[in-house]
Ligand binder design. Sequence first.
Ligand code: TXA
Ligand code: MG
Length: 360
Amino acid sequence: MLKVRKVDPLYPDMAAIKEASDYIRQGYLVAFPTETVYGLGADSLNGDACLGIFKAKGRPPDNPLIVHIADLKELNRVARDIPDTVLRVITKAWPGPLTLILPKSSDMPKEVTGGRNTVAVRSPAHPVALALIRSSGVPIAAPSANKSGRPSPTLAEHVVEDYINDNVDMYVLDAGPAFFGVESTIIDVTKNPPVLLRPGPFTLEELRSLFNVDIVVPEFARGLGEADAALAPGMKYRHYAPRTRLVVTECSDYGSLIRLIHDTVIDYLNKKLRVALLITKETADVLATYPELSDIPVIMMGYKEDPYTIAVSLFDSLRSLDRINVDIGIAEGIEERGIGLAVMNRLRKASGFSLVKCKS
Ligand code: TXA
Ligand code: MG
């Protein structure tokens, strides 16, 4: 059974937090908001409880979880041998949307780490998440709360949508929208130089200045191609995917991108397919001047000029695509700058790498 409780995102009702933390301590699951997306949490020190996460999500057992802590002093329950350079970064970055891969402590069960000798750990910058962890008294293991393969939940309604028909005991803390809308940045600091495994709200530009070294950015971190499973176990699975087919248009020049989107729509209409557009407000305004596109449904993806607005609505845009009755969604690619890198990684993966590029 799902038990949903609304709480204020900044000043959560402590009775609800207490009830949710009882679920955690008794080995049950709690879906809770973080600043990135909703997580599906369990007591990270209880291997059986963590197995419940895999079962509920339909997650492959070799895809490890992220462990969430509220206070730096809990870090040694989760990880060990943390170099001073990394500790200095953590002190500046946490709580915040930055996950680090570190050597695991002996307390971490194999269910959390997928049998690896490393662990992913972060401290979330969300009052509800921090209150839940503190009240539970244990580090909380939590992947994104979506069913495996679905877009990550940025609203409690998305969590309910994914599990409502399942026979699973779950407490859902509903604190409204997650703040950033894309999952945390993941960096592997067991490698030298550090390797970016997943771009997120903590930008590459910020990472480079904090670490003061160049960060390795593999192609898969840009959402271009499949990851090496040994390095990034979770990245090999199909992610974020709407059920509807999706293609992503990409051009470095904006005028050419507008033409490319226009021509791509016309191509699919000629093939008698029903098309929807996932585009920014600026692009929607330009395309509105083409009468031949006037009947095409538009899912608004925020403002090109402010990529944070795109990130925050991205997963809901992908879920919306499944709610309107079309054969294919055509998404606008954006610049890979700041949080734009995270947006492009998610969009390219959601499309199954179905990219339509300008002839340059
Ligand atoms: O923002 C977030 O990170 C959200 C919230 C809930 O904190 N969580 C999240 O978890 O996105 P999840 O499971 O959807 O993504 C975690 C990723 C997976 O791709 C997993 O493979 C990777 O972290 N990961 C976990 N442990 C790892 C490890 N030891 N080495 C490499 N990658 C690891
Ligand atoms: Mg996930």
